[in-house]
Design a binder for this molecule. Structure first.
Ligand SMILES: [Zn+2]
Length: 135
């Protein structure tokens, strides 16, 4: 368990999470990460992942849902310095939702559970995309 906890640290050089966490992640979100990396690569955007799987304690500090603890969530920075702009964010939102509608995590909307694979928000740590797959 100690090794896993250590791997939650962000890499100081790249600002991104450690790839060694991949085996602990849900297959659906691993697919989302791979697809997103390729999508970014095609546009000269640097994909910087700021959070993947989290411990209960880390999650409590960030006030998050269980999605990250269960290894079904991934956060991608949408900062301008990595190549993002409004056009790309809108394009990403449309492309991503179309690609992953069938495996997105469910969320309530008007008394109905709907697939919501992507949430764009600023949780106080900068504007980012939260990707989530269903269990
Ligand atoms: Zn998230």
């Amino acid at each position: 368990m100690n090794d896993l906890v250590a791997n939650f640290e962000l890499d100081k050089e790249s600002g991104s999470v450690s790839l060694s966490m991949l085996p602990f992640m849900h297959t659906g979100v691993v697919l989302m990460i791979a697809w997103t990396n390729a999508w970014c690569d095609q546009r000269g955007i640097k994909p910087v992942w700021t959070s993947w799987i989290r411990t209960e304690m880390q999650n409590a500090r960030l006030n998050g849902t269980k999605v990250h603890v269960e290894g079904r969530g991934a956060d991608l920075s949408l900062k301008f310095q990595y190549g993002w702009n409004e056009f790309y964010v809108n394009e990403f939102e449309a492309d991503f939702n179309a690609e992953f509608e069938e495996i997105g995590a469910f969320a309530w909307k008007d008394d109905e559970l709907v697939s919501r694979p992507l949430v764009l928000h600023d949780s106080g740590h900068g504007y980012h995309a939260h990707l989530q797959s269903r269990p």
